[in-house]
Design a protein around this ligand. Structure first.
Ligand code: HEM
Length: 119
């Protein structure tokens, strides 16, 4: 099953929509759309309570029907193209700062108090 295609199960027939050109324009964002591809997206689509306008728009992306009996029941796992490896440096820096900044303020307060103390 190609990547950006939406499948909606209707009885034994599956309607297929290619949402690739719609990704940037989808009011609900591209992430939800992408997460609903390559599987039965009927519930995802219905749960949002899409308007009639949305349903009409959907027809623009309709590319055909496939017979459900020809679709393998078990989905093969396709690993992400790039391993998810976010850079943790910024997160670490923020944690350190969260600890250091209050200490620095406290130190500054003591320093000000010490140097402004009347002799
Ligand atoms: C080709 C298929 C789709 C079309 C044409 C479409 C179209 C739209 C449109 C026009 C809206 C604006 C609100 C409305 O008029 O209902 C919308 C909102 C939204 N859509 Fe879709 N959509 C599609 C598929 C999906 C799928 C599969 C999901 C999966 C969860 C989804 C999730 C959402 C969400 C979360 C919103 C925002 C709702 C809100 O903020 O109130 N959509 N979509």
């Amino acid at each position: 099953m190609p990547n950006d295609q939406l499948y909606a199960w209707l009885g034994h027939l599956i309607s297929v929509y290619d949402v690739t050109p719609f990704m940037d324009d989808h009011p609900g964002g591209d992430e939800v759309l992408l997460s609903a591809t390559r599987k039965d997206a009927t519930n995802d689509f219905e749960d949002v309570g899409h308007s009639d306008t949305a349903r009409e728009m959907m027809e623009k992306y309709y590319i055909g029907e496939i017979d459900a009996s020809t679709v393998p029941l078990k989905r093969t796992y396709i690993p992400p193209q790039q391993p998810y490896n976010p850079d943790k440096t910024l997160e670490f820096l923020i944690k350190i700062l969260q600890f250091l900044v209050p200490l620095m303020i406290l130190g500054l307060a003591f320093a000000v108090r010490y140097y402004t103390k009347e002799k």
